[in-house]
Design a protein around this ligand. Sequence first.
Ligand code: SER
Length: 623
Amino acid sequence: MAMKITADQLREKYLRFFESKGHRIISGASLIPENDPTVLFTTAGMHPLVPYLMGKQEHPAGTRLTDVQKCVRTGDIDEVGDSAHLTFFEMLGNWSLNDYFKKEAISWSFEFLTQHLGFSPEQLNVTVFQGEPGIPADEEAVGIWKSLGIPEERIFRLPREDNWWGPAGETGPCGPDTEMFIDTGKDKCGPDCRPGCHCGKYIEIWNDVFMQYNKTAEGKFEPLGRHNVDTGMGVERTICMMNGLPTVYETDVFAPIMAKIDELRASPSGDGRAELDQASLTRSRRVVADHMRTATFILGDQKGGVTPGNIGANYVLRRLIRSAVRHARKLGIEPGFTVKMAETIIDEYKHVYPELDQNRERVTTELLAEETRFGKTLDEGKKEFDKCIAGIQRGNEFRAAKDPSFVPVTQLSGKQAFRLYDTYGYPLEMTQELAKEAGFTVDVAGYEECFKAHQELSRANVGSAKSGLAEHSEETTALHTATHLLHKALKVVLGDHCNQKGSNITAERLRLDFTHGEKMTPEQIKAVEDLVNEQIKADLPVTREMMTLDEARAAGATALFSSKYTDEKLSVYTMGRSTTDFFSKEVCTGPHVEHTGVLGHFKIKKEESSSAGVRRIKAVLEK
Ligand code: SER
């Protein structure tokens, strides 16, 4: 039986264990990917390490790294509320950047699980890649597991759908993996039940990926020419298994969050009515807990820049908050709850993620604003709903007066239900509930038709936004260097208060959010463009140095985040004649071009408001 431990203890044990195996502990990265326009959020610990896994540059901390990374995955957002899906989770990881390979990775995973977490080897089931034309089966991994005492019948050879990981976005490093599952002891759900089955008998807690391939923009898998290891262990799931709990919502990380939800439900001012059946109650509590945790982490991120909105990451955030608000209403929780939930979440996690505390005000302000906006929308939607019903009733009366045999309409059309969803944010189930109260039904098939048509349209939009992008392409690298020049130019022209609040780069343009109280004048825009173009003309060398955060600050570098480990080495990029005579110096993971002369002509396309006190610039490099 595994030992009972908390998330804090698990993080600490993991990092120390890998430190004892020669790994350097590094800080986890922002939830907002630095240079990868193909994904909205950081989805795995390897994500911020892509340039190093590709071998494009050396990591300042060496070739053996370990960390804890906050991750957001929203692919299964609609599944949240069941026992397993979370939109936010923490991933423990260890990496070999062309250093050790399968034997060490698997042996250490086995040693950590059995000797440090106390899982018995009998509980362990593993899967390995079964091979396919052009890529061999991973018999080496099978041999290593057997040498550690895992018998053949608990080693499962599976195809690419199960045992291949990555890339994180559309292109980049990837490879076959071996996944570790804990057998919960439940009965098999059928003769085909095996690790990977979703019935709940086998729970995956760790994945060792052997990143030897690179997926190209054309969809080919090319050998990387490097033998990297990328592993990821889910914190919430692992403590759930170690403590023998039925779901992650019973673990210590969720305990204060669940307690807060119940306190808000029970408070005398909340009407606490919510006559929900047990299943709806369970689901709503879980959705509020999951979504509020994710929203708090996105808003409290060190990089910032994502606020509720209508596209991309901003839309995901809006959807999380709005869904939490709806479920909270179902639970009978009073308005204003988002702020109370966030305070609890920040207090719980701030010792691990200090940025949450540093950005507390932004988190609570944005949450309250969105909750209030959505509350109004819901009220307007209710008015619209009442209008629909009144219209149908008027029609019924009119026709009944003319034709006594007329059967009154008691159904809301699919179109009306969809309009309530699309314009007012009313989900179908809510419209159905209201309809029922008014003695009506909803044309669900008609609604679904409208929904599908709409989905196809938005898919087409997403597709066009993504086409032709490749992670760390020449274009994005050049725009990234231009972003540093722009950031500095803004400080020179407008003042030192201009701090980067968010950055997003696609192959076509850069986007920079920065603190500044008013609209820039055409003269200021021109001055900034000229200053950036001067630096490009001067063809300044771009150099990279490795130093600690304190050293970087002392050398005059701008650092947008804080490091948790004071001795951690970071990359600092300088654009200037030398590392002491420079135009720009920033702590940054890179990559960047080698000298500014290759950038072309810098042009600001748009300058607009992003949120209160924050301006947004979109700019391009013209060849
Ligand atoms: N990248 C792999 C995963 O997400 C291992 O960390 O599972």
